[in-house]
Design a protein around this ligand. Structure first.
Ligand code: SAH
Ligand code: SF4
Length: 387
């Protein structure tokens, strides 16, 4: 006699919410259409392509608008699936045009995304990969928020879709885009959620959809060395490294992950990053902290550390947040630091702080989402479903 319990019919579960097609990969979309018997497997590729274009090129959220799909099929799609966007809990616009979105993707799950005009080719969207962060970089506001959970690929893609709704950028324009670049520099450590980040990049770079070039997608990491190779191979995205210090004792304090992967290991990992070349440089991010890491000697140490690597350096004036003890370096000090790097031939722009007035600048993001008990989340989900 088998002792395996069949739990599948043990308790009648609450009816599942419909699957949202707008965050699925192409393969996922095909499978969903087959499973729902929208089309037979041999027709799935063609049907998925059709639906894909409506979702990712035209940005529709209503199956009724898919005019080249038969009425019956559209009706069945609408009965089975949804294309609804997540709720925008808050939308703030800074004096400088920066837009911050607080998006609720599920009960208790709130993520922030920030659109920054005039950055990159035209404008960049800074997306989150996790709610909260497990790492505790001492100068980062997100680091004070416990990890709630990894975002799904759908939740990452939804941030892009919401921004494009707001910028009225559907269908995907070939030229003159307002949203031209994506940076994974919002909340969380993308390399601790690589599978979902990679699926999201597949979706937003797909040529028959949002079609953002992978060269305009940058993934920033605090230095999860064992995942660098996989990031390059799987996504071909541009790499940014949060360096912030040029010696181990200081980096151990600022970026505690350094205790696990020290500077020597990190630099070796970067040198081996797939596709690294003069045309595809790594960006080193360096936050300017007054009296901590901003001396001319440290600028020279930085040059030594990155010698021979095709690189540019982004100097980020520290953005303060409530409760921090750090201060931003004086402007003059930042200029002296930048001049040393420039003289050695490195592009080293000083990143103008954007959206500070709405706490949308680098490292200021922190949502109110707290790690709650799974039971509380289930309860909230049931309440939403019942409503
Ligand atoms: N977790 C990833 C990506 C998100 S942080 C990473 O650490 O790279 C994006 C960038 O903002 C990182 O370079 C981070 O070090 C920097 N940053 C964090 N807090 C900051 C602050 N208060 N002021 C300026 N930059 C900050
Ligand atoms: Fe996490 Fe990046 Fe902030 Fe460090 S800087 S705590 S890795 S989000």
């Amino acid at each position: 006699m088998s002792h395996t319990l069949d739990l599948s019919r043990a308790a009648p579960s609450a009816e599942k919410p419909p699957v949202n097609l707008s965050g699925l990969t192409r393969a996922g979309l095909r499978e969903a259409l087959i499973a729902a018997e929208i089309c037979p497997p041999e027709k799935a590729k063609m049907r998925a392509s059709q639906v894909w274009r409506w979702i990712h090129h035209y940005g529709v959220t209503d199956f009724g608008l898919m005019s080249d799909i038969g009425k019956d099929v559209r009706a069945k799609l609408a009965e089975t699936f949804t294309l609804a966007r997540p709720e925008i809990v808050e939308r703030q616009i800074s004096k400088d045009g920066t837009r911050k979105y607080l998006i609720r993707t599920a009960p208790g799950i709130e993520v922030e995304a920030v659109y920054i005009p005039d950055v990159g080719r035209a404008g960049a969207l800074c997306v989150s990969s996790q709610v909260g962060c497990t790492l505790n970089c001492t100068f980062c506001h997100t680091g004070t928020q416990k990890l709630v959970r990894n975002l799904t690929a759908a939740e990452i893609v939804a941030q892009v879709q919401v921004a494009r709704d707001d910028l009225e950028e559907w269908p995907s324009p070939k030229e003159d885009r307002r949203l031209s670049n994506i940076v994974f520099m919002g909340m969380g450590e993308p390399l601790y959620n690589l599978d979902n980040v990679a699926d999201a990049i597949d979706i937003i770079s797909d040529n028959e959809g949002i079609a953002l070039s992978r060269r305009r997608i940058t993934v920033s990491t605090s230095g999860v060395v064992p995942q660098l190779q996989a990031l390059g191979e799987r996504t071909a995205a541009m790499l940014a490294i949060s360096l912030h210090a040029t010696n181990d004792p200081l980096r151990d304090v600022l970026v505690p992950l350094n205790k696990k992967y020290d500077l020597e290991a990190l630099m070796a990992g970067i040198r081996a990053y797939p596709g690294l070349s003069n045309a595809r440089r790594v960006t080193f991010e360096y936050v300017m902290l007054k009296g901590v890491n901003d001396s001319p000697a440290e600028a020279r140490a930085l040059l030594k550390l990155i010698e021979g690597i095709p690189a540019k350096v982004n100097l980020i004036p520290f953005n303060p947040w409530p409760g921090t003890d750090y201060q931003c370096s004086d402007w003059k000090t930042i200029e002296v630091f930048a001049a040393i790097l420039n003289k050695a031939g490195y592009a080293s722009p000083i990143r103008t702080p954007r959206g500070r007035d709405i706490l949308a600048a680098c490292g200021q993001l922190k949502s109110e989402s707290e790690k709650v008990r799974a039971s509380a989340v289930r309860k909230a989900e049931q309440a939403v479903e019942a409503a």
